[in-house]
Design a protein around this ligand. Structure first.
Ligand SMILES: NC(=O)CC[C@H](N)C(=O)O
Length: 353
């Protein structure tokens, strides 16, 4: 007898084993990353999603808070072929449902063929297939989570001192901790501002660069962040990662669109069009830039040609769709943070001239 059920929007109900009990719903997505489950499960970009791991064994090197990207578990639920007790106990302690003993290949193939979809989970001794279906039917599309930023952003501004003389205003739309530490390790002072900060809040920290973070959901819902970008474009260097790239592009007159199943993993090949070099990157996104507006495409995804990097020399903009901060994944793109800080300091020199 199963004690967990996963209801999919295509009408199927899959049987599984409950590893952390509860009932929940979210958009069903998958990551192909074979390590980094602690980082992925604490990445705020996964809010309101149910995360399926395609790698069959999750939890084999324990759970350490040092590897967390935020203070809580962010996906609504976790699904894997086999979860260790360490991970199952962690998720149960956080009241996040988790299920295993399920053919995750079937889930991945379904999402690949039909796209990311509404999903409901019921797990635990009293769970029924009907419970899972009711959850799935109540699941909203990601774009309907209009104020998702409030779930993942800091409530009040905070400062992380790097000890140098570059000030970064980081609009926190659900920032991973590694974005902040990648900047402080390079001596920048990072002023973390709420996702709905006003232009006045940003101006008050006298930044050398405005950095828009990663974050969950539809970038078109981050209207306050787009307004801030619009206000400072041309006056302050702009940088962004993932949702940050999408928000900046939309604010400058471009557009974004939802992908069928997105990119989530640690081996997405990205080609730099200026050097012709390919690097492996960490990714976690379901939307992509459709129209780049005034920005120039500098990097593309080798698998499907989607936009991975944008620049504007005129507007001092540099953005990435992937996650240069890694965690999990390869460190090949950490140089992005040096590029951002170079941009911040060179434009400050120009302004002072
Ligand atoms: N990692 C992110 O910032 C994700 C960006 C956006 N929510 C998307 O799904 O495309």
């Amino acid at each position: 007898m199963s004690d967990a059920y996963i209801a999919l929007a295509d009408g199927r109900v899959l049987e599984a084993r409950a590893r952390a009990p509860g009932r929940t719903r979210g958009e069903l997505v998958f990551t192909t990353a074979y390590t980094g489950y602690e980082e992925s499960l604490t990445d705020p970009s996964y809010a309101e999603q149910i995360l399926t791991f395609s790698y069959p064994l999750i939890g084999n090197y324990g759970v350490r808070t040092e590897r967390f990207e935020s203070e809580s578990v962010q996906p609504r639920a976790a699904v894997a072929r086999e979860l260790t007790d360490d991970v199952a106990d962690w998720l149960a302690g956080e009241d996040v449902p988790a299920v295993d003993h399920i053919d995750t290949r079937e889930i991945v193939t379904t999402v690949r063929e039909e796209g990311a979809m509404a999903c409901g989970i019921a797990a635990g001794p009293d769970a029924t297939p009907e419970d899972a279906v009711a959850e799935m039917e109540a699941c909203k599309p990601m774009s309907d989570h209009v104020d998702i930023g409030a779930q993942v952003s800091v409530a009040e501004p905070t400062v992380h001192e790097g000890g140098g003389d570059v000030d970064v205003a980081l609009l926190d739309c659900g920032a991973k901790g590694s974005i902040i530490s990648s900047l402080t390790e390079r001596d920048a002072d990072v002023h973390v501002l709420p996702y709905d900060a006003t232009p006045e809040h940003v101006a008050a920290v006298e930044p050398d660069v405005l950095f828009v973070s990663n974050g969950p959901g539809d970038p078109e819902n981050f209207v306050a962040a787009q307004a801030v970008v619009d206000e400072f474009a041309g006056d302050l260097p702009l940088a962004g990662i993932c949702l940050g790239q999408q928000v900046i592009t939309s604010a400058l007159g471009g557009s974004t669109e939802k992908m069928a199943f997105g990119h989530r993993g640690v081996n997405q090949p990205v080609k730099d069009l200026r050097t012709d070099k390919v690097v492996m990157t960490t990714q976690n996104h379901g939307y992509t830039v459709a129209d780049t507006g005034p920005l120039e495409v500098t990097q593309v995804n080798v698998n499907d040609d989607t936009v991975e990097g944008l620049d504007s020399e005129e507007l001092d903009v540099i953005t990435r769709q992937y996650h240069p901060e890694a965690n999990p994944g390869p460190h090949d793109s950490l140089g992005f943070f040096d590029e951002v800080l170079d941009l911040a300091t060179s434009s400050r020199r120009l302004a002072a001239d």
